[in-house]
Design a protein around this ligand. Structure first.
Ligand code: MG
Length: 158
């Protein structure tokens, strides 16, 4: 059996916050606003994992109303989500994702992000793909007011 899931997330870019994507801190004068560390890529991947098994979304497991998740490291949340998937007898076939950001240029950071996610999920790095693109200066993402991310995950039953 195989199952597919997709995830999407967007966070606003603001001053005074770190920019963390795929668990990697990126040098930039703006960061993503959110209850947790606002790692938009990791959130999209988590939602794709949950979606593949019809397990709801991350808001259900880590509600923003719960102070417990304030400033949470999204990589730890990802680990918890994948443990849930593994406990149900499934493993990741592959992950394909896109980060849409006008600035900064993310290409130099992609290998680091892939390694960070592969390590946390304990899967081979060639099972993870991350692409970076811009929004051609259009809309809130293009105007550098936000960064968004899309992810698709294939799960394989053990
Ligand atoms: Mg989010």
């Amino acid at each position: 059996m195989i199952r597919i899931g997709n995830g999407y997330d967007l966070h606003r870019l603001v001053e005074g916050r770190k920019l963390i994507l795929g668990g990697v801190e990126i040098e930039h004068h703006l960061g993503l606003l959110g209850h947790s560390d606002a790692d938009v890529l990791t959130h999209a991947i988590m939602d794709a994992l949950l979606g593949a098994l019809s397990l709801g979304d991350i808001g259900h497991y880590f509600p923003p109303s719960d102070p417990k998740w304030s400033g949470a490291d999204s990589m730890l949340l990802l680990e918890q989500v994948y443990n849930l998937i593994k406990d149900k007898g499934w493993t990741i076939g592959n992950i394909d994702s896109v980060i849409v950001a006008e600035r900064p240029k993310l290409k130099p950071y992609l290998p680091q992000m892939i390694n960070s996610l592969a390590q946390k999920l304990a899967i081979e790095s060639d099972k993870i793909s991350i692409k970076a693109t811009t929004n051609e200066k259009l809309g809130p993402v293009g105007e550098q007011k936000a960064i968004c991310s899309y992810a698709v995950v294939l799960l394989i039953e053990n």
